[in-house]
Design a protein around this ligand. Structure first.
Ligand code: PMP
Length: 439
């Protein structure tokens, strides 16, 4: 019998932290950990070391940004070299020029970019741009898609099904107390991956929808890919209805490929939001898109601000990260895909061996393990029907074996997850699944 891991120091720190830091965490997303939100002393490559001395192979990766693993040397060196230059000038610095130029060269539909600090803020910028450009007020979003925690966006991101209305005509549901009811009037909600429903919803709000926003791969609702032809269909419907197509590539950008999901599926949005992996762990987000829309920031005075936007260290981090990600003509992404595929297939065959109803679905640099005996989920309601308690039990068993995946079953990969790390992960998953199967 292996010794149980001890989390005594994390538990003690959590209790102490709660006395002064609200809820003991800096983001509500971190509340629900096993046994408490853990405290980590350091991260290195594919591994995290917690304060109790436990080592975790990390597949959470800061919820996505750490595409090059923890403390990637090239990025850290570039940031360290920039530190003595200062941080913020409330003015421009030349790294912004270089980064913007590189991003416009790289990203589908990026005629201009504008930097922000977090994905939540960049989404708000995109909403404002869409409204200013079209002269319309409403945003159409999809159930289960997460676009940050703002009043305008945190709607129907994870709605309780008893409040969400019928599947073919969902109603907008505020995600948090404290959100004014008035915001719901500016949002139309639709089930994802269903073009007929989208068309009906656009018809119902004819002439009122400024923008249609989605995660082009529905990562937050379960790493669900778009049905063949779906994104092209959305593009055409947006054109027909005069609504802007807004792709939230905060997770998929620089992760499923250098040109994100749009590059992968050959579709171009009017506005796109990128964040997370682009700066490999430093705070950076952006809106990228059509010149005529982005120009309204200047021509029409569409307001966008932010003290930390374009700060020296985030620019240095992104430039260094891009150097790595762009190197060798996409070899980084070919490797990521190969390792991810190995891990996904390995987990699926272990599930079979242990007779667990686990479905592995995803891209593969970001994928999801679901407990279901049914077909692969195609939207939020189908993914919400999977067994979350069973996934939580697997999460706990994996953590006990030194593998850290998200509680909901999401797995992010980094370039630091090499073949030996994947093999070690599969050996640990074998033990974890055996335990779950016995329980
Ligand atoms: N959009 C998507 C698709 C996201 O996954 C997230 C964060 N997980 C956000 C927006 C919000 O980004 P941030 O946490 O940087 O505000």
């Amino acid at each position: 019998m292996r010794n149980m891991r001890s989390y005594a120091k994390s538990i003690a720190l959590y209790e102490k932290t709660r006395k002064h830091l609200a809820g003991g965490v800096s983001s509500n997303v971190r509340y629900a950990s096993v046994p408490v939100p853990l405290f980590f002393a350091r991260g290195e490559g594919a591994r995290l070391h917690d304060v109790d001395g436990n080592v975790h192979i990390d597949y959470v990766l800061g919820n996505g940004p750490a595409i090059l693993g923890h403390a990637p040397k090239k990025v850290i060196d570039a940031v360290a070299a920039s530190l003595g230059e200062g941080q913020l000038f409330a003015a421009q610095n030349p790294r912004e020029t270089e980064l913007a130029e590189r991003l416009c060269r790289l990203l589908p539909g990026a005629e201009l970019v504008r930097f922000s600090t977090s994905g939540t803020e960049a989404v708000l910028m995109a909403f404002r741009l869409a409204r200013a450009f079209t002269g319309r007020d409403k945003i159409l979003k999809f159930e289960g898609h997460y676009h940050g925690w703002s009043d305008q966006a945190y709607i129907s991101a994870r709605p309780p099904l008893n409040e969400a209305g019928p599947a073919d005509a969902p109603v907008p549901v505020a995600g948090s107390p404290g959100m004014p009811a008035s915001v719901l009037g500016d949002v139309a909600v639709c089930a994802w991956n269903d073009l007929d429903l989208l068309e009906q919803t656009l018809e119902r709000h004819r002439g009122q929808i400024a923008g249609v926003i989605m995660e082009p791969i529905m990562v937050n609702g379960g790493a669900i890919p778009p049905a063949p032809g779906y994104l092209e269909g959305v593009r055409a419907l947006c054109n027909k209805h005069g609504a802007l197509f807004i792709c939230d590539e905060v997770i998929t950008g620089f992760r499923v490929g250098l040109r994100g999901a749009q590059g992968k599926f050959g579709v171009t949005a009017d506005l796109s939001i990128y964040a997370k992996a682009v700066a490999a762990g430093f705070p950076l987000a952006m809106v990228a898109g059509r010149r005529d829309i982005m120009d309204t920031l200047l021509d029409k005075g569409v307001m966008h601000g932010g003290t930390y936007n374009g700060n020296v260290q985030s620019m240095a981090a992104a430039l260094a990260a891009l150097d790595v990600l762009e190197a060798h003509d996409g070899a980084v992404y070919r490797d990521l895909e190969a390792r991810g595929t190995e891990l996904m297939q390995g987990l699926a065959s272990l599930a079979k061996k242990h007779r667990l109803p686990i479905l592995v679905q995803g891209m593969p640099a970001i994928f999801q393990t679901f407990f279901t005996s049914g077909a692969a989920p195609r939207n939020y309601r189908e993914s919400a029907a999977c067994d979350r308690d069973a996934m939580l039990a697997l999460h706990a068993a994996l953590q006990e074996e030194g593998v850290r995946a998200q509680q909901a079953g999401k797995w992010f990969l980094s370039t630091a997850h090499d073949k030996p790390v994947i093999e070690e992960t599969l050996a640990a998953a074998d033990r974890a699944m055996a335990k779950v199967a016995r329980a």
